[in-house]
Design a protein around this ligand. Structure first.
Ligand SMILES: Cc1cc2nc3c(=O)[nH]c(=O)nc-3n(C[C@H](O)[C@H](O)[C@H](O)COP(=O)(O)OP(=O)(O)OC[C@H]3O[C@@H](n4cnc5c(N)ncnc54)[C@H](O)[C@@H]3O)c2cc1C
Length: 342
């Protein structure tokens, strides 16, 4: 038996087995990133010829286990209890730590959501293992057969590939919107209950009130018009273009820092990752911190008056000109085309 807070290791590398995905849910619905991770982890598990296990906590949640299997899990470990209805650090950490110690997963993936980040950090300390936080890519090193987490890091233009060779599980949190979720399929899998023992000591945090704001989510946008510092706070044309083509508005960090647009619209490393069919990016230099949030767009049109701007390396269509000169005729020609189409 291991005391709460102890840092006994989960396992040695050779004994560890299987890939785990933490299945975050909210009121009986999976967080999108959990389904995205199931799809990616399925690929990794097949590559390693190993099993994929989902870890599901909450109340009531058992009904979600079948969906997790349909979306790629071979097995789902379920902890269902009224005290787990709303995420709380201590009980969740206790249950998942105990399960990880018992079953020794080789890899453990969580979504880089507020709760996923909170849980992952605690688990990594309890299990005395490494945690690659905020990954924008995952793969298996073909020779070492280890998980490789891509992290845009060190405040500069590099993508670090991070491995955890000596401790297990190899843990990573992954940004929402990086991978595509798989469609449910007819699959068989096992559902196993995890023991739930929650003491008064585990309930140190009392939830007094829960306030949810109707948050803005631009990650699902099909069309995106992004504003950079080059717009100089004048959003009129950006808003008009976005409205005309049914697009959401995204922004770079300086635009949000300046309060010209809400923080929810920030695209990039410390914002959101988007995958629109079309992104029109205006007055944006193209720092890697921004482009990681837009690089999976099917088509990128960049407008910048500096022919050397880095954004042109990521763009499919490059317009070297003043955005205040380009946008009005663009808007007018779209309007004219609409009129011509009736
Ligand atoms: C750890 C870390 C995390 C970060 N995370 C993020 C993030 O998530 N998202 C993010 O966006 N940034 C992030 N940044 C900041 C990032 O490095 C850049 O500073 C930022 O993306 C630059 O924003 P910008 O392109 O709007 O501004 P600038 O770099 O100032 O570029 C403005 C561009 O507008 C062009 N321009 C000016 N006037 C016009 C005009 N009239 N017509 C056309 N073009 C014009 C200029 O030529 C210039 O290229 C992060 C930085 C760090 C260190």
């Amino acid at each position: 038996m291991t005391k709460k807070g102890s840092t006994k290791k989960a396992s040695s590398p050779s004994a560890a087995k299987g890939i785990w995905v933490y299945l975050e849910q909210e009121q009986g619905e999976f967080e999108g990133v959990s389904l995205e991770l199931l799809a990616k982890a399925r690929e990794l598990a097949d590559e390693l010829s190993t099993t994929l296990t989902g870890v599901l906590l909450g109340y009531p949640v058992k009904q979600l286990a079948d969906e997790a299997i349909a979306r790629g899990a071979d097995e789902v470990l379920v902890a269902e209890h009224p005290d787990l209805q709303i995420y709380s650090t201590d009980p969740y950490t206790k249950i998942v730590t105990a399960a990880a110690r018992e079953y020794n997963p080789d890899i453990f993936l969580l979504g880089a959501t507020p709760y996923g980040r909170d849980l992952a950090g605690r688990l990594a300390v309890r299990l005395q293992t490494g945690l690659t936080a905020d990954c924008t890519g995952l793969k298996i090193d073909p020779e070492k057969k280890l998980l490789v987490g891509d992290v845009v890091g060190f405040g500069g233009g590099i993508v670090a590939e991070i491995l955890c060779p000596d401790a297990r599980p190899q843990m990573a949190t992954v940004r929402p919107g990086i991978f595509a979720a798989a469609e449910p399929q007819k699959r068989q899998g096992k559902i196993r209950d995890l023991p739930v023992e929650i003491t008064e000591e585990d309930k140190r945090v009392k939830l007094l009130e829960r306030v949810r704001e109707a948050g803005l989510d631009i990650t699902k946008a099909q069309y995106l018009v992004c504003a950079g510092r080059g717009i100089r706070g004048d959003l009129g044309l950006i808003e008009e273009l976005a409205k005309l083509i049914g697009a959401e508005i995204g922004a770079t960090r300086p635009v949000c820092d300046a309060g010209w647009l809400e923080r929810d619209r920030q695209v990039g490393q410390t914002g959101v990752v988007t995958k629109p069919r079309l992104a029109i990016v205006c007055g944006i230099s193209g720092a890697i911190h921004f482009t990681v949030g837009i690089e999976d767009a099917e088509a990128i049109v960049a407008i910048n008056n500096d022919p050397e701007a880095g954004i042109f390396e990521s763009a499919d269509y490059c317009i070297v000109d003043d955005l205040f000169a380009v946008l009005p005729p663009l808007i007018e020609s779209i309007k004219a085309a609409r009129v011509a189409q009736g």
